[in-house]
Design a protein around this ligand. Sequence first.
Ligand SMILES: Cc1cc2nc3c(=O)[nH]c(=O)nc-3n(C[C@H](O)[C@H](O)[C@H](O)COP(=O)(O)OP(=O)(O)OC[C@H]3O[C@@H](n4cnc5c(N)ncnc54)[C@H](O)[C@@H]3O)c2cc1C
Length: 344
Amino acid sequence: MDGWWGWLNRPERKGHSGGGFTQMEQWLRSRRGLAESLGEWAFYAAVILIVLALIKLFPYHLFKKTHKWLALAYLVLVYHTLVLLNTEYWIQPIGWIMAVLLLSGTVSAFWVLTGRVGRQRKVQGVIKSLNAFPGVRVIEGSIHLEQGWEGHLPGQFAFVTSKNTEGAHPYTIASAWNPNDPSLTFIIKQLGDWTGQLEQWLSVDMPVTVEGPYGCFDFNDTLPRQIWVGAGIGITPFIAKMKHLAQCPGQQEIDLFHVTTDYDQAAINKLTADALAANVRLHITVTPKDGRLTPEKIRAIVPEWHTASLWFCGPTGLGDTLRTDFLTNGLTSNHYHQELFAMR
Ligand SMILES: Cc1cc2nc3c(=O)[nH]c(=O)nc-3n(C[C@H](O)[C@H](O)[C@H](O)COP(=O)(O)OP(=O)(O)OC[C@H]3O[C@@H](n4cnc5c(N)ncnc54)[C@H](O)[C@@H]3O)c2cc1C
């Protein structure tokens, strides 16, 4: 029978010319029908799971579960391949390459299915302070870490779990690493289902799990200038870098543009103090009052922009506008860096 939906045609079964099958070949032949059927269904399942991963309307907490099932589909496809691959291939380079790929994929799939991903990067901690900034619907929390955190670079992020049934959420680490005071600060905007409840849920002395650090939004270049644009809660990696610069001053000229629709004087005061300590020029745009921040406004304030790299964190729309405009005006693409607060 051809593929159920006619998408996949089964390979022709060739008769064996010489007879005299090895036991292994006979066993493989006896499994062909099952392997073909399983392979076809695993292929359809993989397509559906990949499509679900790409559709942002599909809720994240469900995607987190269904995405793992891809590993299961992969294992079925490995079985399909092992049974159906021409046995002569195993003594040729193509077979050796296949063996390496199948083996490494299988190990990875077991790693995913047994929940080992990131396990070695998990550290326990306790919340030691919480501050609310109601004007911008933001809370700032500091976590004291137990042993195991090996440090992080400014701009990196971590997954934080404070309630097991909710699971881990990613947040940028908004503090510089100091091994003498092993703590991390996170600044979290109430944007959705979970972050909207955080202020009521979190309390000082609450145990949390932190997994990380991850990410490569690391401000690493040797240009004489950097332009930073942090829109809304996208300001967090820049706060981390300013804390770091206050400890270890750098040589670069830095202009930080912070765009916000909400306003909280206490939050702005903290940001201003961080910028001062880091020797960073801060330009604040409160959109309802000042209008939108445009690429032209940035270039007017930093006429030497063509000697700078641009680091952006915030909503995709503003990021794309800045990228397209600066690249059209001559900024090279490797001098534009973007961090989006989105996993897919
Ligand atoms: C690398 C990175 C760094 C981030 N840094 C910060 C930060 O410093 N401060 C801050 O306030 N926010 C940050 N975010 C965004 C923050 O993770 C989301 O706002 C939060 O997870 C949304 O959860 P929710 O249930 O409140 O929102 P929902 O309304 O339920 O979800 C909104 C969107 O958030 C994403 N999301 C939801 N749950 C998760 C999850 N468990 N893991 C990953 N994404 C999820 C999904 O794309 C979803 O569509 C960061 C995100 C990423 C990817």
